[in-house]
Ligand binder design. Structure first.
Ligand code: UD1
Length: 424
């Protein structure tokens, strides 16, 4: 059985890593048990990792491979940045060649980025032979819906789900959404969340990060080594086009955060898109940054947001460490809403909708909207929380990737028995 997994952008790496680990685990088990015992499952899996190159920086891609112990990609498409159409088309053209050469049994796509949709579409329309055989398409993190079609990710989610053969769902709302869209229940598997598999695997290791020291977040750093306490700080991420690509929308969010910035230091690892916009819109002084160039720096600058600590986008372990110890997280990311839920850290989501309602039902996340008054109110309420009851959502138990691999093996065996190992 050949499984080909696609990664492209930052949030893909932590979702794919546990799947690759589960394949390795399966192969080791098969080798240890000996493949010749007549067990039908005793077949190793050949895995191919394809990186589209949608994200390419060390900050956005490279560091995640080392932090998450991901193998070097077998194939790198090197597509880089571009408009949605140009980026998607470039990935599709290059991925078609890969599929025709490798002819995998299954293509695994994760999440909702342009690479996810581009590769799923190619796999859905490819033909390996005159009978029209093609690989099965497995979508990991299927069924999430924000019901906001102005988000590029929502388009990617809907289209990817509708061309997939196996839909691996992270939360109950996903099951309901897919059912409402008429997707056949035998394609749908509620397996849990592979991003949380990664979080549980690396949660302890994140404590070895030196980021708190580096950002001077220890209240009495230098006094007596081990006795350091961590000061109360907030962690901020912003990168959604709807929040940062429009100057007044961006300013409105900054206004909503001003009170927070006056009370607690805010660590702001700045996404390349956001950094470009700060510069383009001339928001440096509004953010308390000195100078014309937006230069991530570990020192605390002066100015309006006097407590902002701007950094480059951080690696997985550094960011996880900062999330674990934050008093509050403010974000417009999807994955961070889930990670804070699992860690029991209060989160304010600066968006009008979320495709991850379980994070709100579990009690750690608040959907603030994007208006300054609402953001201010949500931040105040979340700042007052002293202890967050940690209730992990159903099946967020570190086993999602194992369930996925078991389902892929089962499907492959059933199809092999019916002499149709590839899909048509
Ligand atoms: C993409 C995903 C989004 C995800 C986000 C995480 C889509 C439609 N969007 O958005 O769902 O939450 O990744 O980061 O797929 N850039 C760099 N270095 C890089 C990559 C990008 O500097 O390694 C810059 C480029 O100028 C690029 C911009 O960042 O134009 C945006 O990158 P892009 O991949 O287009 O979208 P993201 O906003 O990162």
């Amino acid at each position: 059985m050949i499984i080909l997994t696609v990664v492209g952008a930052r949030p893909n790496f932590m979702k794919a890593a546990p799947i690759i680990a589960a394949i390795n685990e399966h192969n080791e088990r098969v080798s240890a048990n000996g493949a010749g015992r007549g067990e039908r499952s005793a077949q190793t899996i050949r895995h191919i990792l394809v990186h589209t190159g949608q994200h390419y920086d060390e900050f956005m891609s490279g560091s995640f491979f080392s932090d998450l112990k991901l193998p070097k990609p077998d194939i790198h498409l090197g597509v880089g940045s571009g408009s949605h159409a140009a980026q998607t088309a470039k990935i599709m053209k290059k991925f078609e060649v890969v599929l025709l050469t490798e002819k995998p049994d299954v293509v695994v796509v994760v999440g909702d980025v342009n690479s996810t949709l581009a590769c799923a579409l190619v796999a859905a329309k490819i033909s390996f032979d005159s009978a029209g055989s093609r690989p099965g398409i497995a979508h990991v993190e299927a069924g999430l819906r924000s019901f906001d079609r102005s988000m590029p990710e929502e388009i990617n989610r809907i289209l990817t789900d509708h061309v997939s053969d196996l839909l691996f769902v992270t939360e109950q709302s996903g099951l309901q959404n897919l059912q409402n869209e008429g997707i056949s229940p035998d394609k749908i598997h509620f397996v849990g969340n592979t991003m949380i598999d990664s979080l549980l695997t690396f949660k302890e290791k994140a404590e070895t990060s030196i980021i708190l020291d580096k950002l001077k977040l220890h209240a009495n750093a230098g006094n007596n080594g081990d006795g350091k306490s961590i000061c109360r700080y907030a962690l901020l991420t912003l990168h959604r086009p709807s929040n940062v690509d429009n100057r007044s929308a961006f300013l409105n969010i900054l206004d909503g955060l001003e009170e927070l910035a006056a009370d607690w230091p805010i660590v702001f690892p700045i996404h390349p898109r956001t950094r470009q916009r700060v510069q383009e819109f001339g928001l440096q002084s509004r953010l308390g940054l000195n100078g014309a160039e937006v230069k991530p720096d570990t020192a605390r600058p002066g100015g309006g947001f006097r407590n902002i600590i701007l950094t480059e986008p951080l690696g997985y372990l550094d960011f996880l460490c900062l999330m674990k110890h934050a008093a509050l997280v403010v974000t417009d990311s999807g994955g961070i809403q889930e990670e804070t839920t699992c860690l029991g850290i209060p989160c304010v989501t600066v968006r009008e909708s979320t495709e991850r309602p379980i994070t709100i039902e579990s009690g750690t996340n608040v959907l603030a909207g994007t208006q300054k008054e609402k953001i201010r109110g949500a931040v105040r309420r979340q700042m007052a929380i002293k202890y967050c009851d940690q209730r992990a959502p159903e099946k967020w138990d570190g086993q999602a990737a194992r369930r996925i691999i078991a389902a892929l093996i089962r499907t492959h065996q059933e199809r092999t028995l019916s002499q149709r190992s590839l899909f048509q």
